[in-house]
Design a protein around this ligand. Sequence first.
Ligand code: PLP
Length: 364
Amino acid sequence: MNLSDKVSQAVQNSKLYNLNHFHEAWENPDIRRLMGNELLYPPSPHVIEAVKAMIPYINYYPEDAPTNKKLLNALAGYVGIDGGSDWITLGNGSMEIIDMVPHAFINPGDEILLPAPDYSPYSRRPIIFGGKIVDVIPDSNYVYSLEDFTSKITANTKMVIMSRPNAPVGNLIDRKIVEKLCEAQLIVVVDEAYAEFSEQNLCDLIPRYENFIISRTFSKAMGLGGIRLGYLIAHPEVIGYIDRIRVPENTSVLTQTAALAALEDIAYIKTNVKRVIATREWFQEEIAKIPEIKVYPSQGNSVLMNVDGTGKTAEEFVTHIRNNGYLVRNLSGGRNLAGKGFFRVTVGTDQDMQAVAKLIKELV
Ligand SMILES: Cc1ncc(COP(=O)(O)O)c(C=O)c1O
């Protein structure tokens, strides 16, 4: 039988996402993981205790997202949404939100505006539902104007998605652009995975625009990438649509417990965020002193650079850094990251970044 004739259109539209960098990190526990924009600090002791205390109960099913009001209200409090739990639902990581949003809104032929570059699953998942990605191209410093977006709007444009701060660049698209796009009657999705590191967010726009959706995660500032919790903030009508297509019980008992405990220890999160910001500022200033390297100012927890001016490739830098105990990510050749010069370093501890800066200088 020819199985490929029988697979769904969704399978035919999709491509595998390469996550070998996580595999490599798990296979080499001594390596420092500066490749996946995780938090390099351990979870709060309060989270560890809460998860341990819940382990004897994992024979039971979790609450479903809409009924765990305690967690939803804690999240609403954290992001400052007055309406509370009706404005939030949960995803198995924000990765699942990247699936649920197009699933709820995209019909075959709909166009989705997406900055180039942006977080790569955004260029893949909407296609599964028949959507077409339209690249929004910024200037050479990856700064966007409103016109960059509006010039791409057609009668088929349904949605615009962007991460803010942007992954992998780390800069922020102007909030006025987001407001104008909301006013253009598109479904506007802003992924705020890294919002804590930029000390700003767009949650105040949520009550103003019923077509505005924010995606957040516990994988970055919260330091809980392994628990897989994302959350979506939007008008209750949108939450209702998402909950219709959301897989029931998509987040585990341990995930929900860890998240609630993390929200009970906000001081711990704030301390880590401050440390990451201070280290990031030091690192990018240090790399900016190397004239052969172009560094892109970041407000996230990673720093993108281009090494074309050194006469070497990103691969040579990534390999040299890898051979000295640090895994970083070669992003050359990605959407609007042409050539062989781009790599990105997640901000780790001061010690990590001092070592990586030294390795980079050595190779230059
Ligand atoms: C912009 C952005 N959104 C979402 C994610 C994935 O987050 P999660 O762990 O919640 O699936 C990442 C991961 O690197 C990211 O860079």
